[in-house]
Design a protein around this ligand. Structure first.
Ligand code: ZN
Ligand code: ZN
Length: 419
């Protein structure tokens, strides 16, 4: 029997964490944070009680809480090299911004980095009576699903998956194994993504409209993954001038370039980066706004970061555009902008005059892809749906039960099941 404990990311997007236990081993799959005014953590696990942590990719909802295990202990952290370097940059920034609320410091981050056990896709890692294999998840460079074997059972943890190719990475393939259980994400379980090519064309058309009017385009995007995807899209469609990238972009770009193996098309990625101007400070920011330009800046949901600075300066300009390209968590400033067309600038709420559009450049599988994924798994796996808003977790659970006849549930935080 293998026990799964759902510690976080249940019926929500954020603080993903699953503990998997065999007779001999206890392995933690991700330990993320919920980014809110005050960061939220998954349920507590004692560092002495685990044999190691697997970090499936760099996003903080999967990696942000891991340093907590390095206050006293020195357990291995299983990670791809590119993810490890990205995690260092992201958690450092996280500590800088939210340090007051965090139970760890730079010191713990460094201890964590010293406990790295580097992985590559397809390699099998043994921990006591348990073994696991990372498999490309197609989400961002370095991301993987985890195939776990223990006690004669086989369990798949998808973490964040995307089964279609993007400009940046190759899509995930459905593993051809018989599974006893699958823990699957459901971020877009009730939503279809548009066809990628059409989406790109639509986006480019809108960008051109704004530039023709001498306006400025703000593309709020997270520094890791989406920003580089947007630069690649712009480059592929011939934009060579006045493309700016802000945020932690420089560090992140360099990390991606040091690990070309994780990229789908490293050469064109390199070219895309070299044509974009990296914003290095406030002077560059003002400069970028002075001309007709395309500015890619974090955060993707306009919750903070320099995107807010740009937004405040072009919101009232009807020639300009704000093109959201990320998932907008309900309640964020980005989600409110889409719903109401209004944005808070200084003390007041303003009607936004700039063109506001949303383009669904997701790095998560959409509804059909999630269905195809579950359908493609062999065996009759029990299905545990996490990493989605409550209605999405439930929708995918119902679909798996009704359409595939599988035993399925959307666990809540703290639930434990035996497989
Ligand atoms: Zn992610
Ligand atoms: Zn995630």
């Amino acid at each position: 029997m293998v026990r799964l404990s759902f510690l976080g990311g249940t019926r929500e997007v954020g603080r993903n964490a699953v503990l998997i236990e065999s007779v001999g081993a206890r392995l933690l799959l991700d330990y993320g944070v919920m980014l809110d005014d005050e960061p939220g953590f998954p349920s507590h696990v004692r560092a002495t009680d685990i044999d190691g942590v697997v970090v499936t990719h760099a996003h903080l909802d999967h990696s942000g809480g891991v340093p907590i295990f390095y206050l006293t202990e020195r357990k291995p952290v299983f990670i791809t090299p590119v993810t490890a370097e990205l995690v260092r940059v992201l958690i450092k920034d996280f500590i800088k911004l939210s340090g007051y609320y965090l139970p760890f410091e730079y010191l713990e981050l460094e201890s964590m980095m010293r406990c790295r056990r580097d992985l590559h896709y397809g390699m099998k890692v043994r921990i006591k009576d348990l073994a696991f294999t990372p498999i490309n998840a197609g989400h961002i460079p370095g991301s993987f699903m985890v195939d776990v074997e223990a006690e004669g059972r086989r369990i798949l943890y998808t973490a964040d998956i995307n089964t279609i190719d993007t400009r940046l990475v190759r899509g995930a393939r459905i593993p051809k194994r018989k599974y006893d259980a699958v823990i699957i994400e459901s971020t877009y379980a009730t939503q279809e993504h548009p066809e990628r090519r059409e989406l790109e064309e639509e986006f480019i058309k809108e960008v051109k409209l704004v530039l023709d009017e001498e306006g400025r385009v703000l593309v709020p995007a997270f520094a890791v993954g989406r920003s580089q995807e947007m630069l690649s899209v712009l480059y592929a469609h011939g934009f060579r001038r006045n493309v700016y990238i802000d945020g932690m972009a420089r560090e992140v770009n360099e990390i991606f370039l040091s690990y070309p193996d994780y990229l789908k098309a490293p050469r064109s990625f390199m070219k895309a980066l070299s044509t974009a101007k990296v914003v290095r400070g406030w002077r560059d920011r003002r400069e970028a706004l002075k001309r007709s330009s395309i500015i890619v800046a974090p955060s993707g949901m306009l919750q903070g970061g320099t995107a807010v600075y740009y937004m405040e300066r072009l919101a009232l300009d009807e020639r300009s555009g704000v093109f959201l390209v990320s998932f907008q968590i309900p309640g964020t400033r980005g989600a409110k902008l889409l719903e109401t067309g209004r944005f808070t600038i200084g003390d007041g709420e303003e009607e936004v005059k700039a063109r506001v559009r949303r383009f669904d450049f997701s790095s998560h599988a959409g509804m059909t892809q999630l269905h195809e994924f579950l359908k493609g798994l062999r065996g009759e796996p029990k299905v545990y749906v996490i990493h989605g808003e409550e209605e999405n977790c439930k929708a995918l659970t119902d679909w798996a039960a009704d359409e595939l006849g599988l035993e399925a549930q959307a666990p809540t935080q703290g639930d434990e099941v035996d497989v």
